[in-house]
Design a protein around this ligand. Sequence first.
Ligand SMILES: NC(=O)c1ccc[n+]([C@@H]2O[C@H](COP(=O)([O-])OP(=O)(O)OC[C@H]3O[C@@H](n4cnc5c(N)ncnc54)[C@H](OP(=O)(O)O)[C@@H]3O)[C@@H](O)[C@H]2O)c1
Length: 240
Amino acid sequence: MGQSLKDKVAYITGAGRGIGKATALELAREGVHLGLMARTESRLKKTVEEVEAFGVKASYAVVDISNQEEVNQAVSKLKENIGKADILINNAAISSRGQFLEIDPQDWKKTIEVNVFGTYHVTRAVLPQLIEKNQGDIINISSSNGLKGTAGSTAYSASKFAVQGMTEALMQEVRRNNIRVSTLNPSLVATELAFGNKVDEQDKEKYMQPEDIAEYMVSQLKLNQRIFIKTSLQWATNPF
Ligand SMILES: NC(=O)c1ccc[n+]([C@@H]2O[C@H](COP(=O)([O-])OP(=O)(O)OC[C@H]3O[C@@H](n4cnc5c(N)ncnc54)[C@H](OP(=O)(O)O)[C@@H]3O)[C@@H](O)[C@H]2O)c1
């Protein structure tokens, strides 16, 4: 028998759309109260409205996760509004594509600042809450690009390999605190990050949907606290 997630508190970054929003909805279905973060207020408000329909408490904070000071303020606000976190989903990230010599150096740097430092900043702000409870979960959304580089994705791959390493090292530090730290490594998922504004035109049977990743994540969180999945890859069955 796994554990119930009812009345736990989860903080999710990048909860305005895509995998982050789908995860918020899936956790709300399980009775989890939610603290939601991203930069676009209108999208966060919409997610709050939709998750509240499941009868859970929800709060949002507008934040750029690449800025530690903003993150600290956001996490304080969420803690005040919905309580200390049991679960942290580090989901927010950006993608930058282009051949190594052609990609704008500022875009390369920004990718590292958001994907690596962003994950670090949020974890740094939230981890003390989990340690205090002597229990918890941190799931970092990496990517198949965090395990295997592909042409045209040097910055994104570098950022996701870094997330992979940071996750594994932190996991070894906080297992003794009963905290499970893991990565998810999805292949292509039908979101704006992958398809831009053409996302709704894609074949829903061909590509994984954000809901698929969210359902997987929830099943992982429901495992008995004594077991966890260190890392996992999610692939589409037949994308051809
Ligand atoms: N889609 C895929 O094929 C795929 C595959 C493997 C892994 N992933 C990973 O899955 C995760 C979710 O991606 P997605 O596909 O759902 O992307 P998405 O639809 O583009 O959503 C990204 C979310 O992150 C937020 N965000 C971006 N930069 C931010 C910042 N600086 N501060 C705070 N929030 C920020 C965005 O909101 P704002 O713009 O409003 O801030 C948005 O809510 C990412 O870690 C991504 O690398 C995706």
